[in-house]
Design a protein around this ligand. Structure first.
Ligand code: PSU
Ligand code: MN
Length: 305
């Protein structure tokens, strides 16, 4: 199996410069066109401004791409046949010559293969509301327990059962490092009402924790939670009301499996008159900036060892 690197990622690898992995499900299933394309480009630009190289991951015609050229980004942002790939189905997509975007879980798998330690996303998947009936728990959680990548997120989406999501992460031994806050962020809002499992105040500590876990022989990654910038957030009560309606509708319409997350995001966008979209874009950019700083710090730490 071969990974197809973009020109920029190839050059970064040769000159050993820091690289940040980016997921593509947010482009194909998370945001509507054309905001998805504009956001994907803006995020890549932020990573470059910070002195790292962006590597957006996707499977195109059976080939795993690490870094997409501009035409490829254009393509996946508009293509209708993109599957949403996770740990269970990425190999099937490759063997059958299909195309698909990578979720947090699949992006982590590819990042590790490519030797990339830092990955930026919006929010991870988790335990869904009503999981006691549906058993719907994202494969992202198990992946964090297994795969050595630092994942920068704005917490987990408020469409999830956040207390249960944090419980599962704890059970799986995944450190949840909240950046400069004592409360766990809820994606569109800075405060989920839950206490931060662990607080970190510097990029340096995030890198040191990652390295300390390696020294201890511990598997898996770390989840970094970066609250959405103040002033860009949506009030929790507004989101919670929209989530309640969206979840009830998904139930009534029997939406299941992979379709649940994209369906809920779209309903919430409608219910908030697009406000959730603006906030989503803002937190994605903010996370990419932090991820690039972590990647640079990690790079400096590896060079000095
Ligand atoms: N963040 C967003 N929008 C998204 C996602 C994250 O702002 O669409 C995607 C991520 O790729 C995440 C996936 O891995 O949703 C979770 O899907 P599921 O619950 O089906 O595992
Ligand atoms: Mn699911």
């Amino acid at each position: 199996m071969e990974l197809k690197f973009s020109q920029q990622v190839l050059e970064a690898r040769q000159s050993e410069n820091p690289v940040v992995a980016l997921e593509s499900t947010v482009i194909t299933h998370g945001l509507p066109y054309p905001a998805n394309l504009a956001t994907a480009c803006a995020i890549e630009e932020i990573v470059r401004e910070e002195g790292a190289v962006p590597a957006t991951v996707a499977v195109v015609d059976g080939v795993v791409h690490v870094g997409l050229e501009r035409e490829q980004l254009d393509h996946i942002a508009t293509a209708r046949n993109m599957r949403k790939l996770s740990r269970s189905d990425i190999a099937h997509c490759m063997v059958t010559g299909g195309s698909g975007s990578t979720t947090v879980a699949a992006t982590m798998i590819v990042a590790r293969l490519a030797g990339i330690r830092v990955f930026s996303t919006g929010g991870i998947g988790g335990v869904h509301l009503g999981a006691d009936r549906t058993f719907d728990i994202s494969a992202d959680l198990q992946e964090l327990a297994r795969t050595e990548v630092i994942v920068v997120s704005a917490g987990a989406k408020a469409i999830l059962d956040l207390p249960k999501t944090l419980e599962v992460l704890e059970t799986l031994g995944v450190p949840v490092l909240v950046h400069r806050s004592d409360v766990f962020p809820a994606f569109w809002s800075r405060d989920s009402g839950l206490v931060s499992p662990l607080r970190v105040d510097s990029v340096e500590d995030i890198v040191r924790i990652h390295l300390m876990r390696r020294a201890l022989g511990l598997n898996g990654g770390e989840l970094v939670a970066e609250p959405i910038p103040a002033g860009e957030e949506i009030n929790r009560s507004v989101i919670e009301a929209a989530v309640e309606v969206a979840v009830a509708r998904a139930d009534a319409e029997k939406v299941s499996a992979k379709d649940v997350t994209p369906y809920l995001l779209e309903r919430i966008r409608e219910a908030t008159g697009g406000m959730s979209l603006t906030a989503n874009v803002s937190l994605l950019k903010n996370n990419a900036r932090l991820a690039a700083r972590i990647a640079k710090r990690f790079h400096a730490a590896s060079v000095s060892r």
